[in-house]
Write a protein that binds this ligand. Structure first.
Ligand code: NAP
Length: 242
């Protein structure tokens, strides 16, 4: 079973599906998600207990957690469930972006404080819908980019909402930041190439970056950084009959 919601999860499903019975699990946050190869299930499991039951009911031999680096709850639940059931488990996490000159913070609330402290008034907020609540009561103006629509009461008063999903180009990101006269970029440290163009664009325009650091992974978890390594892990275990 692949815990999905990332481009890497889709790629891994595509590589494994011809040879293994693969089910990808999605949380169901976005309408019309890109459909991976193999079977697909959508929706939460009901915490660690529900996940354990699902793994047993579906005779799962191995769990590959290829969720987004900020999806900390499902990652913790999967570690706990697999530990208790003795199911082989691997986390696929793309490497973080180098922080460079960015102001590194550990939460959306700290990001808001950093933006306020530095007196920025035009903010490009790309840190995802769950982080926007931290910016609700602010005098600044926000360009907010998210995947799914949000209601007015979830958004700061002064904003423009952009609905889109990557990948983005440096040229388009540069033009966007120029057009909206952006003074600071707020981002999670998601890593990967799909959304990294904004960092290059910000650097070229001398726009400072506030970067929300990743949540820590649970201790003693086997982790790889690439789809190749995750695929290899499955093949080796299968060959060894683990
Ligand atoms: P989260 O905080 O770790 O998870 C919250 C709850 O959502 C989990 O407890 C679980 O519900 C359910 N869930 C999460 N991922 C699931 C999956 N792959 N399959 C089934 N249930 C799942 O996660 P999140 O940050 O809300 O992210 C949700 C999904 O969006 C993840 O799959 C992630 O890969 C993707 N995503 C997240 C971000 C981000 O910035 N956080 C960005 C891009 C994509 P139950 O407890 O009921 O099982």
């Amino acid at each position: 079973m692949i815990l999905g919601g990332s481009a890497e999860a889709r790629e891994l499903a595509g590589r494994l599906a011809p040879r293994f019975e693969v089910t990808t699990s999605l949380a169901g946050r976005v309408n019309n998600p890109a459909v991976p190869a193999g079977a697909l299930r959508i929706g939460g499991f009901g915490g660690e207990v529900g996940l354990r039951k699902w793994l047993v009911d579906n005779s799962i031999d191995a769990v590959l957690d290829a969720t987004h680096p900020f999806a900390a709850t499902i990652t913790e639940n999967a570690v706990a469930a697999c530990d208790r059931l003795g199911i082989p488990h691997l986390v696929l996490r793309r490497p973080p972006w180098p922080a460079g000159d960015a102001t590194v913070v550990s939460s959306a609330a700290e990001a808001k404080d950093a933006v306020t402290a530095q007196g920025f008034s035009r903010v490009f907020l790309t840190s995802g819908r769950s982080s926007i609540g931290a910016f609700l009561f602010s005098d600044a103006w926000f360009l907010i980019r998210v995947v799914e629509p949000m209601s007015a009461d979830e958004l700061p008063e002064r904003h423009h909402l952009l609905l889109s999903r990557g990948p983005y180009t440096v040229a388009a990101e540069t033009e966007l930041m120029r057009q909206y006269e952006i003074e600071v970029l707020v981002t999670k440290n998601s890593g990967g190439s799909m959304t990294s163009a904004k960092l290059e664009a910000a650097a070229a325009l001398n726009i400072p970056v506030v970067m929300i650091d990743r949540p820590a992974l649970p201790e003693n978890v086997s982790t790889v950084a690439t789809v190749d390594e995750a695929q290899q892990w499955v093949i080796e275990r299968d060959t060894a009959g683990v």
